[in-house]
Design a protein around this ligand. Structure first.
Ligand SMILES: *Cc1c(COP(=O)(O)O)cnc(C)c1O
Length: 423
């Protein structure tokens, strides 16, 4: 006779129920503990964020918005989504928010679909100068649906050429001008971009995915008030769960709400929205301002130390959490550097630099960021160590003994700064 009780595996731990997956996750925990995470788009979320993300809200269907759902039983879904919206609006001083986008890419898609028709012109940063795939790459929906006009950096100082940006806007008459990037270390002049957008009757949309934690912490200029619509991921410098969000002026967000649901998505990921609420709550605490300040100070210390080691930093430095390193003085490609640094337990990503002579899968550059190592507690003294280790490894990229020696020194630091909440 079949039992009516819940099956035993429904009540047990992952390790008991599925040791195969549990073992994989344990290996990932160990990888995160043993490696210095220098990928600019990554961070280490808190135990509280991950607990909310692993909660029973994953079981709940809540299509619609708080107070207007298409399912019963949404009282607590409403509470947590309302809280996430209130907190993110307070954090950024925004009028309205949509916390349902599943990712940064889907947040951008929702904004584009709301304000552009296929064939309209989208203006955004050149991908080869730091723009994101969703800013008009030909392999992405954004490059397939829209006519793309790109602005970029000057050759002379590798910073955005604002005169040229204005000229391109007047020439191409875009519907939307996107500010924000994925590999640009300097500040954006959001007020100027809004002025240009107004001149050509375009919408200014900022994609602050990379900078959102720094903006929340007050160490990078805020686009709020200058861009009618601001999209973001929630898992980069802001240190929340993997996901997306949109904030902005109330009348714009009201229009976007219909695009997110029912336009693009079905049920929202309520467990992830609960984790977004937790992350926004963390970012509202005074300690987060200190965190953001240390992220930027660490990035500037790392850039200075790398320069002293003989690397060239694109644009000469950074105003944010990230930098692009030109590896040509060391005679190595981005691809090789990423591989050998990983062997020395430093995780990075190869990245094209402006006017890169190498193919996108090879590159002459490396993108580095400090949000994750700063969460871990590393400071400016450790940034000098990291720069020294990188130089040693990349001066002798074939030398496995050097990699092993550096790996041992990295281990001393990762043990001194444990990811304390991981098992
Ligand atoms: C990371 C990023 C995205 C995409 O976010 P996903 O969550 O990976 O879809 C979009 N725009 C910018 C500028 C980004 O840096």
């Amino acid at each position: 006779m079949a039992s009516t009780a819940m099956p035993a595996h429904h009540r047990t731990t992952l390790a008991d129920s599925d040791p195969t997956v549990a073992a994989i996750l344990n290996r990932e925990v160990k990888r995160q503990q043993d490696h210095l995470e220098l990928i600019a788009s990554e961070n280490h979320s808190s135990a509280a964020v991950r607990e909310a993300m692993g909660s029973v809200l994953t079981d709940k269907y809540a299509e619609g918005y708080p107070g207007k759902r298409y399912y019963g039983g949404c009282a607590h879904a409403d509470e947590v989504e309302t809280l996430a919206i209130q907190r993110v609006c307070e954090l950024y001083g925004a009028e309205a928010a949509n916390v349902q986008p599943h990712s940064g890419a889907s947040a951008n898609m929702a904004a584009y679909f709301t304000f552009m028709k296929p064939g309209d012109t989208l203006m955004a940063m050149n991908l080869a100068h730091g723009g994101h795939l969703t800013h008009g790459a030909t392999v992405n929906f954004s490059g397939q649906l829209y006519n793309v006009a790109a602005y970029g950096v000057r050759d002379s100082d590798e910073q955005i050429d604002y005169d040229e940006l204005r000229r391109i806007a007047h020439e191409s008459r875009p519907r939307v001008i996107v500010s924000g990037a994925t590999a640009y270390s300097r500040e954006f002049d959001f007020a100027f971009i809004r002025q240009v957008a107004d001149e050509v009757d375009a919408l200014h949309m900022c994609d602050m995915s990379h900078y959102s934690g720094l903006i929340a912490g007050g160490v990078y200029p805020s686009p709020v008030g200058h861009a009618q619509v601001v999209t973001s991921t929630t898992h980069k410098s802001i240190r929340g769960p993997r996901g997306g969000m949109i904030i902005g002026d109330a009348d714009y967000v009201t229009k976007i709400n219909k695009t997110v649901f029912p336009g693009l998505q079905g049920g929202p990921l309520m467990h992830v929205i609960a984790a977004k609420a937790v992350a926004f709550g963390e970012a509202l605490r005074p300690e987060f301002k200190d965190y953001a300040r240390r992220v930027k100070a660490n990035a500037q210390a790392l850039a200075a130390a790398l320069t002293a080691e003989g690397f060239r930093i694109v644009s000469g430095g950074t105003d944010s959490h990230l930098m692009l390193v030109d590896l040509r003085p060391f005679g190595v490609t981005g691809k090789l550097a990423q591989d050998v640094l990983e062997a020395a337990h430093m995780t990075t990503n190869k990245n094209a630099i402006p006017n890169d002579p190498e193919k996108p899968f090879v590159t002459s550059g490396l993108r580095l960021g400090t949000p994750a190592v700063t969460t871990r507690g590393l400071g400016e003294a450790e940034m000098k160590l990291i720069a020294g280790w990188m130089a040693r490894v990349l001066r002798a990229p074939q030398d496995e003994a050097v990699q092993a020696a550096v790996r041992a020194e990295v281990a001393a630091v990762t043990q001194r700064f444990p990811l304390h909440d991981l098992a």
